[in-house]
Write a new protein. Sequence first.
Length: 267
Amino acid sequence: MSLGTRLKFACNIGTTFDESTSLVERLRVAVGEWGFSDIEIAFPYTWSIAEWQEALHKYPANVVLINTPKGRSGEPGLAALRGREMDFKAGIETAVSYCTALKCRNLHVMSGTTDKHETSDDTFISNITECATALNNNNITVLIEAISAGTIPNYYMGSFDKTVQLISSLNMTNVKLQFDTFHLSRLGYSTSDIMRMFKQHQCLIGYIQVAQAPYRNEINADGNLDYRQLFSSFLNEGYRGHVGLEFIPSSLEQSIIHQIINFLSEF
């Protein structure tokens, strides 16, 4: 099965497969069977760099996005947590080692939550500025994403407007917006809202992620978002970056996957 599309879709091999599925099997299916040449995964750290290199040698693909590691207590990011700056730097070093080895050029830097930790804009801005400056030498783009409270309660970067404001204030060429339509829907925005926001902020957008809302299932399923409109809008506005498929398929049965691939092939 070959994926010939105008938009550059990346299969998320984290959300698509069960946790027990091996890395090689995920790549065999996503790359070998379904025809994806680009993949993303939030947390590649389950496997060593050597295991990644061996798996990618068998099933060559471009790793186009990873996240920073979770904190030592499982925190969803550390960028905004005051007093955890050294942990944040250690996480960035780990992420950069994976990005460098896997030739990944996009790193989603997660900010952390406000419920159990002291957070501040100053800490976030300082951490992002320092890491983005260092990562620019490695040709890595720092991505910042607004995540809905229903997915990660009390997430520091839980507002789209705040996310845009901070990225704009940083004014760094390699700090971009990760434009996640699923989270935007969960934050209360409609398809038409998201199309308008995309057009308004396209100069800040470095990456798009998609899933149907409210259940994070495949984008061609019934739900709150009209992906024919959204994908057409991305194409009409001249978007040339990646679109990460961060959804959980209702099934991996061949008929369901064929429906998804056929839908993607329209774009």
